[in-house]
Design a protein around this ligand. Structure first.
Ligand SMILES: [Zn+2]
Length: 446
């Protein structure tokens, strides 16, 4: 009985997952349910001509009611953007799912456990992109663009990567590559890493050649990405083309790529995890690596040297512990007052839910929960530095060890950089013998 699930499908004109019909969505969802060992008890199907029509979806509303009463605890869908069309709808869905626990599994996006902070963060990220794309598509139908297309053509010159030859409309394949680049970089990948990935996969530039780091960097930092015109390095006007990125993400990316710490990061494939990251305990300078039969961390100023391998292993262990704990209790944060406020709000939310009985109107409960959740999100944002929260969002909680081990060294470094400071202490004479945890000082950065 506990493995019963329902399927939700939706057809829409604007984004059908490539015009994917409900029959095909249902077929894929049934195959997914079978793989998961879930028994499909019902299919909810909406015919929705536009994600932005604001038209109520009867079947969706019925599904939400079943989720609120606890009759439905598993939902299979083709993609999460089939279920919620806007970030606001997603929050309602999360609220409803919170009452009895809800697992959503998407053919395209995988399992999303909305009972965990990581799952919620994942759902919100997916939803932000989907919503953004809907807005772009809505904008596309505006007649103005037809005229702008002609203006765009008159510019001449090379077609910018990401746009069709008219220089106005996005090319879906290239736009997907741009979004992927942004996601990877914001998640801690390096420019060198993402450039190599493009070339390894044979993704061509507009000229049909291979990519290099500075091309990728220049492309992503160009105001063209957010549909702004630039003259002598200054943004001077709105462009007449479809933007490829939300402005907020583009600005974050700019901060990240212009960070001087990042520029001096060595680009070659790294074997050691901590060069440039761990500090010498005596000079407070970042250590580099040296190879002498074994790999060492080495301080060029005072000559301190330490064997690399046991230190990397120790730091990996500390990170996994921190990430696992972060899932069960709030991590210590800069703003302790805001954290206390968030705790208090969470208690209020829990108490409100505990007081709720099946006879009460779920809408009343949601009316109380919604403002509390908004306050909670706001307090949590104040309490936690945003970049660390985003980096670790998908990592925290049980199973952190597996997820950590699967990360590339670049991403591990990015998370380490946000979360801890590492100082290597000098050892008396030799660095041989058993590893001593006291010889590595680790301080959380909050
Ligand atoms: Zn030193």
């Amino acid at each position: 009985v506990s493995t019963e699930c329902v399927i939700y499908v939706r057809i829409s004109k604007d984004r059908g997952g490539g015009g994917l019909g409900v029959a095909r969505q249902e077929k894929d969802c049934r195959a997914l349910a079978k793989r998961l060992g879930w028994k499909v008890t019902q299919v909810y199907s909406d015919n929705d001509m536009s994600a932005f029509s604001g038209k109520p979806r009867e079947q969706y509303e019925a599904l939400l009611d079943e989720i609120r009463t606890g009759n439905v605890t598993r939902v299979a869908c083709w993609h999460t953007d089939r279920i919620h069309r806007t970030p606001r709808e997603l929050e309602d869905y999360i609220d409803a799912g919170d009452l009895h626990g809800l697992v959503t599994h998407a053919v395209q996006a995988g399992p999303i456990d909305l009972s965990t902070p990581g799952g919620k963060a994942m759902a919100r990220t997916l939803c932000t992109w989907a919503h953004y794309e809907s807005e772009i598509k809505q904008q596309r139908v505006r007649a103005a663009l037809t005229q702008n297309a002609e203006l765009g053509k008159s510019h001449g010159g090379r077609r910018p990567y990401g746009w069709k030859p008219d220089r106005v409309h996005l090319d879906p394949v290239e736009h997907a590559e741009i979004k992927n680049l942004v996601n990877e970089l914001l998640a801690g990948a390096t420019l060198t890493g993402v450039t190599k990935d493009l070339n390894d996969r044979g993704v061509p530039t507009v000229m049909g050649k291979a990519w290099n780091r500075s091309m990728v960097r220049k492309m992503l930092l160009s105001p063209r990405m957010i549909a702004k015109r630039q003259h002598h390095g200054q943004i001077v006007a709105d462009g007449n083309w479809e933007p490829a990125l939300p402005e907020q993400l583009w600005r974050e990316l700019g901060d990240l790529l212009n960070d001087p710490d990042r520029r001096k990061t060595p680009g070659n494939a790294r074997v050691a995890m901590l060069p440039g990251e761990a500090l010498c305990g005596e000079c407070r300078q970042p250590v580099s690596t040296k190879y002498n039969g074994r790999r060492y961390y080495w301080c060029g100023t005072c000559g301190l040297w330490r064997q690399q391998e046991p230190i990397d292993a120790y730091v990996n262990g500390v990170m996994i512990e921190l990430l696992e704990d972060a899932g069960t209790e709030p991590a210590p944060v800069v703003d302790l007052a805001a954290a206390a406020e968030a705790d208090e709000l969470q208690r209020k939310i829990d108490a409100t839910k505990a007081a709720w009985t099946a006879d009460d109107d779920p809408q009343d409960l949601l009316d109380v929960l919604r403002p509390l959740r908004a306050q909670l999100a706001e307090a949590t944002a104040r309490a936690t530095p945003p970049r660390r929260r985003r980096l670790s969002a998908g990592l925290v909680g049980p199973g952190a060890a597996e997820r950590w081990k699967a990360l590339s060294i670049d991403k591990k470094r990015a998370n380490i950089h946000e979360m801890i400071e590492i100082r290597l202490l000098r050892k008396a004479s030799s660095d041989r013998g058993p590893f001593d945890e006291n010889s590595v000082v680790i301080k959380p950065r909050w």
